[in-house]
Design a protein around this ligand. Structure first.
Ligand code: NAD
Length: 318
């Protein structure tokens, strides 16, 4: 099996490539990544010499490079995206370009070359906010940030290629991931690394926004399952079953790192900040998914990883 992973030098993509190379010894992985500020070649340093792994630096918006790689691949998993909500509020252009136009380029190439699966990696943020209950895959899309609006657009484009062109598309929508190799602008690695540097952690608004947390290796296992057992044309929600307020998450991290509440810096709320995300994951459970990682223990491991890998994140925070 030959798989094209786009955005494989980012947080989830690099964890996924490592997971797949370690699990399937007869799979070959092609990683197409532009290496934006968020993509780091050294996220996969340990796999550089693996003969089943090939890195190609390039942009998913570049149809020529995409066309050169896709004929070698049976499956495409599109992780490549601009992924930080705060940046999308300030600088939305790259989000529209990569998340929407880039997805369009990949879908067109997938159609031309008859791939056997096209997996679009989406997010729970496309559903918007829900105060009680949980979103199913059939819930209306109500994205509230430029980031989530471009991700919803990508999902809809991908769906249209399934309906119109019979392209074998499957979409996953996961909740917030955490774990090793996450760029230290996202909440969990930002908080951990700030505390390691003796700095305060910025908490938006009243801190009562709720997020569901999914350990990155659980997401990798779920995407693997979707590739092999998912039904073409379907959407699968992937959640960790660990909903907490941002305030509770912050207190947990402070406690694990031996710091008090004086290390919290309450800052003006993010514009358009969604209050709560929550996913109903019955559909992916039916094909066999259960999150394996306990939130508390995986958070302990995550703290330890950033403690032990200071050289990895220190250069990113300069
Ligand atoms: P990330 O920002 O860590 O990595 C994105 C990667 O894409 C980087 O390696 C970057 O260099 C690459 N990239 C960006 N633009 C590109 C382009 N034009 N061409 C080729 N490569 C490009 O993101 P992540 O957190 O790993 O997220 C991966 C995917 O998962 C994204 O699609 C994101 O929307 C989705 N997602 C993330 C989360 C989360 O909590 N991190 C949750 C749900 C869904």
């Amino acid at each position: 099996m030959k798989i094209l992973i786009t955005g494989g030098c980012g947080f989830i993509g690099s964890n996924f490539i490592r997971y797949m190379l370690d699990k399937y010894h007869d799979y070959r992985i092609f990683n197409l990544d532009k290496l934006t500020y968020a993509g780091k070649g050294d996220n996969l340093k340990d796999k550089e010499s693996n003969r089943r792994y090939k890195f190609i630096q390039g942009d998913i918006c570049d149809a020529k490079i995409v066309d050169k790689i896709i004929p070698n691949c049976e499956i495409i998993v599109n992780f490549a995206a601009e992924s930080h909500v705060d940046r999308s509020i300030l600088y939305p252009d790259d989000f529209v370009r990569t998340n929407v136009f880039g997805t369009h380029v990949l879908l067109e190439a997938a159609k031309r070359h008859n791939v056997s699966r096209y997996i679009q990696i989406g997010t729970d943020e496309v559903y918007g906010s829900i105060l009680s209950g949980s979103f199913t895959e059939k819930s209306q899309l109500s994205p509230n940030s430029p980031y989530s609006a471009t991700k919803a657009s990508a999902d809809l484009l991908a769906r249209s290629y399934f309906v119109t062109h019979n392209l074998p598309v499957i979409i996953t929508r996961s909740s917030n991931n955490y774990g090793p190799y996450q760029y230290p602008e996202k909440a969990i690695p930002l908080f951990i690394t700030n505390l390691l540097e003796g700095k305060k952690v910025p908490l938006y608004g009243d801190g009562l926004n709720v997020r569901d947390w999914l350990y990155v290796l659980d997401n990798c296992a779920a995407i693997d399952l979707v590739i092999h057992k998912g039904k073409i044309g379907e959407v699968y929600n992937i959640g960790g079953g660990s909903e907490v307020t941002n305030l509770r998450l912050t207190r947990l991290i402070l406690k694990k790192m031996g710091k008090g509440k004086e290390f919290i810096n309450y800052v003006t709320d993010r514009l358009g900040h969604d209050r709560r995300y929550s996913l109903n994951c019955d559909k992916i459970k039916k094909i066999g998914f259960r999150p394996r990682y306990d939130f508390n223990k995986a958070l302990d491991f995550t703290v330890l990883w950033y403690e032990n890998n200071k050289s990895w994140w220190k250069k990113l925070k300069k």
